[in-house]
Design a protein around this ligand. Structure first.
Ligand code: AQP
Length: 336
């Protein structure tokens, strides 16, 4: 058993990387990467659960890898890889399907949500939490840092790990825990603060802020951000203050200040217009160096491929033996 805690985190190349992905996930991954054993996985197989353009998916996958490196993921401190490069993930998913009751999957709120938005719902959309469970438990991960939208899926991964351990009467899988950031757990859409900011809605004007967006476009989105008819710049649970809360939350998540300190920073603000511009400027400033590093990483595709191949090799060395043991426990004959 490792002394250091093991962390598994995944991100889908399903659209343009957003401020929500950065504040809810990647910012924290970068900050904590030296303390633990980290697996950061670009979960391309998950992205196939809704129809994708193959050319675009390939581009987005490589671009996301470059974004993660540019944001500060250090391949010398952690393992960064593409999920489909490590075939153990897809195999583990099948094995776990065969011990997971269907009812557990129908209860997933993200499935209910996403399936309503699809004309034809693919089996993978229902089943993807099982693939995700395999992603996590193949590495005996203790922690899964996620935004709170993914908490239910990590809880399902726990249930699946426990069920396997119970069925085969041995503590084979570590039972993982969700790790939700205290700040930035849910960045909301700027156009509608009752909806989570999502990559797949990034095409809707003013909804999301993309890391690679032009600064002028970012500022436009902030200036258009939905607020209320008041003028109090304070944190509040009142539903009509959701827009202001979201803007203050973004500011707080980047600066890592207390709520009181954030409110004090805006004590001299001249209304919501000022709030929007100041938060927009901070986001632009935060993204600028990441974007510059991204451009230089993308300019050397051979080096990027080399890093991803190295990451996949490291991941395979852990995932493949675990999968083989899993097969043996389940009664499959391993090839000799
Ligand atoms: N709005 C958000 N606020 C906080 N955290 C967020 N995350 C995503 N959106 C927000 C966190 O980002 C990580 C990677 O997410 P993902 O790509 O695997 O899937 P997702 O949660 O479904 O992200 P999106 O952007 O909403 O993608 P689509 O539109 O494809 O569904 C996760 O840790 C997630 O919590």
């Amino acid at each position: 058993m490792n002394e250091k805690r093991v962390v598994f985190s995944g991100i889908q190349p399903s659209g343009d990387f957003t401020l929500g992905n950065y504040l809810g996930a990647v910012q924290n991954w970068v900050r904590d990467q030296a303390e633990k054993i980290n697996y950061f996985c670009i979960v391309d197989l998950h992205t196939l659960t809704v129809p994708q353009d193959p050319v675009q998916l390939r581009e987005r996958t490589r671009s996301l890898a470059a974004i993660l490196l540019a944001a500060g993921i250090d391949p010398d401190k952690c393992t960064l890889f593409i999920q489909s490069h490590v075939t153990a993930h897809a195999e583990a998913s099948w094995l776990l399907n065969c011990i997971t009751p269907l009812g557990w999957l129908y209860r997933m709120t993200q499935f209910k949500d996403k399936s309503q938005k699809q004309e034809s719902v693919l089996t993978g959309l229902l089943d993807y939490p099982v693939l995700m469970a395999g992603d996590i438990i193949l590495y005996d991960a203790h922690e899964v840092p996620v935004g709170d939208d993914q908490k239910q899926h990590v809880e399902l991964a726990r249930d699946i790990a426990q069920r396997f351990n119970h069925l085969y009467e041995q503590p084979f899988f570590v039972v993982p825990e969700p790790f939700i950031p205290k700040v930035g757990a849910r960045v909301m859409g700027l156009d509608n603060p009752s909806n989570k900011m999502s990559k797949s809605f990034a095409h809707i004007r003013g909804h999301a802020v993309g890391l690679l967006d032009d600064p002028k476009e970012i500022m436009r989105s902030f200036k258009r951000a939905k607020t209320d008819s008041g003028n109090d710049i304070i944190f509040s649970d009142e539903p009509e203050k959701a827009g202001v809360n979201n803007l203050l939350g973004i500011y707080r998540s980047i600066t890592q200040k207390t709520k009181e300190a954030v409110e004090a920073d805006f004590a001299d603000a001249r209304g919501y217009g000022d709030l929007k511009v100041r938060v927009g400027e901070l986001v632009i400033e935060t993204f600028a160096p990441i974007k510059a590093r991204y451009e230089s990483i993308m300019a050397d595709p051979a080096e990027l491929d080399k890093l991803l191949a190295r990451g996949a090799d490291q991941a395979r060395q852990v995932a493949q033996p675990k999968l083989d043991q899993m097969k043996e426990i389940m009664g499959l004959v391993l090839p000799r």
